[in-house]
Design a protein around this ligand. Structure first.
Ligand code: 9MR
Ligand code: 9MR
Ligand code: ZN
Length: 613
């Protein structure tokens, strides 16, 4: 990998610019194209960092140079090396989080679509990148289809673009109630997405994941409705993106106890399997509970309520019967969670060691559920619940608090504020609107939060939104979730703000290679990417390349694997492309979801009006 196959990447970029979507990235090495400038193209250098996918024509465009240039930087056309723009690099400044000395190179003036690279005298060339309106189409496809690749209980294949990536149906047996559920017998609960590099299925993490994807769809419906993902459901009545999401929704619904509407916390084996393929994970599947009455959890149940309520709204125009089913599941789940506000999964029971998704606070999940139920039904009951509880968080949204699996209150706030805006579907017509004062407060907080995030991005050497103390497990998802907040703020602003959109793109560029490692954190996207994710199908299959479209966790300054290393690297440097390092290099569905959101927003506007704005 790396610079050696860049020429082919350039060709792929050029090909995709003329409309021929490149499938799998090339894996064989070849020579770089000769440049028309004297001596040909400079050697690629890890000290010249760009977004390895590229930039939209009209956004701000930065590269980061981490060694001293001896002259002005040129942006050159990848085809013939001719100069498209000459730029004087900015002043060097030390970036505290990475320790890198960074000179920003602002080439925003270049807006012409094409394939390019940077030539930095005395340092070297960048990876190739594109400028164009549709350059995020392939990353979107791969990131979205990574969910197809996480499907449980069915034959999986990423053909036609990745025919070598497939596996046989896994985890087909009924799950057994573990003693911690207070129950005996089995629960049929096949389906859903594997959580991450492991094969567990956890309702809490499914909740934020599915909810985020539904928001991505709902806000970008005009772009996504017609999109063909080449999944088994393609061509059916439901748009492909929604069909993929439904795969997991259906599983979540199976995790609801028909007896009372509560949801079980997780379905996993007792322990994590080795790095085997799904079908070789043969240990019994267990439904795991809290070990005491009422055994199911508030967080899982309220998350299910939120997601099913959103689904009832989004799927109604395509499948009204399904929407009805989702709505009734959501209402029952909300009622259960409200009646059992403190049933928390705080630790695994004896003999179980899979992911915990422990949470001692479910007010945020309940708030999110109430907001989604209100947005879908307009019922006073849910409005009143929301209004009685949202004041617990002041301000309602904050620029230093991104949503994440343990904290979904942001999703509740945005959902409530968005309830007032014309719905993409006609379903909300005639429903009561949200409380104007609450919407005003949420909107003000959303914009203030976005302003704070923009400021942090401008101060950060790599123009990314993390605070210095936010390099923890899954930090890349925090990057994406902050960027999502910027784009959601734009949906609430009277007029969308260019600076929010630009800053969100900055965060995306960090994930796609414009970072201290000069490496894309998304597998098979960019020119050089994480090659060894802690992802069992990637580890267990015969392909040299990892499964495509997976966002790895990223730098994590906590729980260091080698606590003895001195000096301790700066936080933004604490990532390694090591399959064993699950705290830094695993994928997870809740990390891929906000990536999908950013990529959906970066897709070109649909030709038809009415994308729900
Ligand atoms: O492989 C597991 C990974 O998917 C989880 O995210 C991680 C943390 O819960 O745990 C990994 O499993 C490790 C286990 O916790 C301890 N023994 C080694 C396992 C890694 O192969
Ligand atoms: O993403 C989770 C992270 O926030 C936690 O700190 C970590 C340890 O509890 O667990 C992460 O989630 C893992 C889950 O427990 C098991 N499947 C893989 C998830 C990603 O590593
Ligand atoms: Zn499975």
């Amino acid at each position: 990998m790396s610079a050696s196959n860049e020429a082919l990447i350039v060709l792929a970029v050029v090909a995709s610019l003329v409309g021929a979507v490149s499938a799998a990235a090339p894996t064989t090495a070849t020579t770089l194209p000769a440049s028309s400038s004297a001596g040909g193209r400079a050697k690629a250098s890890d000290d010249v960092k760009v977004c390895q996918v590229g930039y939209l024509p009209r956004e701000t465009k930065f590269a980061m140079v981490t060694a001293p240039p001896t002259g002005d930087v040129t942006v050159r056309r990848a085809g013939d090396g001719s100069v498209a723009l000459t730029v004087e690099p900015g002043a060097a400044a030390r970036d505290a989080d990475s320790g890198d000395e960074i000179r920003p190179v602002d080439f925003s003036a270049l807006t012409e679509p094409g394939a390019y690279y940077l030539d930095v005298p005395g340092v070297g060339a960048s990876h190739a990148f594109a400028i164009g309106d549709d350059i995020f189409a392939r990353p979107f496809r791969l990131a979205m289809r990574s969910f197809t690749g996480q499907r449980c209980g069915t034959r999986v294949s990423l053909a036609p673009d990745f025919p070598d990536y497939h596996y046989e149906p896994c985890h087909l047996a009924d799950a057994q109630y573990h003693a911690s559920t207070g129950r005996e017998g089995t629960l049929p609960c096949t389906g859903g997405w594997h959580d991450a590099g492991d094969y567990g299925r956890y309702v809490v993490n499914s909740g934020i994941t599915t909810g985020t994807l539904l928001v991505a769809y709902e806000l970008n419906e005009a772009k996504l409705r017609q999109l063909n993902l080449d999944i088994p459901e393609s061509g059916g009545a439901v748009p492909d993106v929604l069909a993929e999401i439904r795969w997991n929704l259906d599983w979540m619904l199976k995790m609801q106890d028909p007896a009372d509407g509560g949801a079980w916390h997780k379905a996993t084996t007792a322990n994590f399997p080795g790095m085997v393929l799904p079908i070789d994970d043969r240990a019994p599947m267990l439904i795991v509970g809290t070990g005491r009455e009422p055994y199911k959890t508030t967080a899982a149940t309220a998350d299910l309520a939120a997601v099913a309520a959103a689904a009832a709204r989004v799927y109604r125009q395509f499948d009204p019967a399904y929407a009805d089913r989702c709505l009734s599941a959501a209402e029952r789940a909300f009622a259960w969670a409200k009646d059992h506000p403190d049933s928390h999964f705080t630790r695994n029971p004896q003999g179980v060691s899979t992911g915990g998704y422990e949470d001692r606070e479910a007010r945020d999940e309940l708030l999110w559920a109430a907001a989604e139920l209100f947005r879908t039904t307009g019922k006073a009951e849910y409005d009143q619940y929301f209004l009685a509880h949202y004041g617990h968080w002041t301000p309602p949204l904050a620029g230093n608090s991104a949503q994440g699996w343990p904290n979904v209150r942001n999703l509740g706030m945005y959902a409530y504020a968005l309830a007032g805006r014309p719905a993409a579907s006609a379903a909300a017509a005639g429903k009561a609107g949200p409380n104007a004062e609450a919407v005003g407060k949420i909107r003000a907080a959303a914009l203030a939060a976005a302003d704070d995030i923009v400021k942090r991005i401008a101060r950060n050497g790599y123009r990314m939104p993390l605070g210095s103390n936010e390099y923890y497990w899954g930090s890349n998802s925090v990057v994406a979730n902050y960027a999502m907040m910027l784009l959601l703020a734009n949906r609430l602003a009277p007029e969308p703000r260019r600076e929010y959109a630009d800053a969100a793109q900055d965060a995306l560029h960090y994930l796609l290679g414009r970072n201290s490692f000069n490496t894309s954190f998304v597998t098979q996207v960019g020119s050089r990417w994480a090659m060894r994710p802690h992802h069992r199908p990637s580890a267990g299959d015969k392909n040299e390349q990892p499964w495509p479209g997976l966002l790895v966790g990223g730098p994590n300054a906590q729980r260091r694997r080698d606590a003895a290393t001195r000096p301790v690297p700066p936080p933004a440097r604490q990532w390694v492309d090591d399959q064993g390092d699950y705290a830094r290099n695993e994928n997870a569905v809740n990390w891929n979801a906000p990536l999908v959101f950013l990529l959906a927003e970066a897709l070109p506007q649909a030709k038809t009006p009415g994308d729900g704005r």
